[in-house]
Every structure is written in C-alpha cells, then in structure tokens.
Ligand binder design. Structure first.
Ligand SMILES: [Zn+2]
Length: 67
C-alpha cells in the first residue's frame, strides 16, 4: 500500500504484510511517519526528556499520540 508521511509528505510503499500497513488500514486514525521523520521525532523526544517536560503515554507506540 502507498502511504504518505504526515510530516514531510513523502510517499512510501509499504509491504501489505507489514504490521504497520495492517494497522494503518484497519485504524485510519493512525498516521504514517517515514523513518527519517520518525528519527527526528525520537531525537526531539529525547530533548524533551532532558528538559523534564515529557509526559509518558501508556502505549506501545508513543509516536501515534503526537498527531
Ligand atoms: Zn517524513
């Protein structure tokens, strides 16, 4: 399936068998973030952790809560 990164609008092709592809199909509320943007967000999260302004979400994929 084709997915578009919500941050940089780049189009990527996801293997339909990937768990992420299934998740995006079944639950449209989930957004796709390309690996590059995902890495950027992870870096920002670390920064927030360092400043103490970070709140933990009880979820296996905290990135989904960002958008
Ligand atoms: Zn991106």
């Amino acid at each position: 399936m084709r997915v578009k990164c919500v941050i940089c609008d780049s189009i990527n092709e996801l293997d339909d068998d990937l768990p992420l592809a299934k998740k995006l199909r079944n639950r449209p509320i989930h957004t796709y973030t390309c690996p590059e943007c995902y890495g950027r967000i992870a870096a920002n999260t670390e920064k927030r952790l360092a400043t103490g302004n970070f709140r933990f979400f009880r979820t296996s994929s905290p990135i989904d809560e960002e958008f």
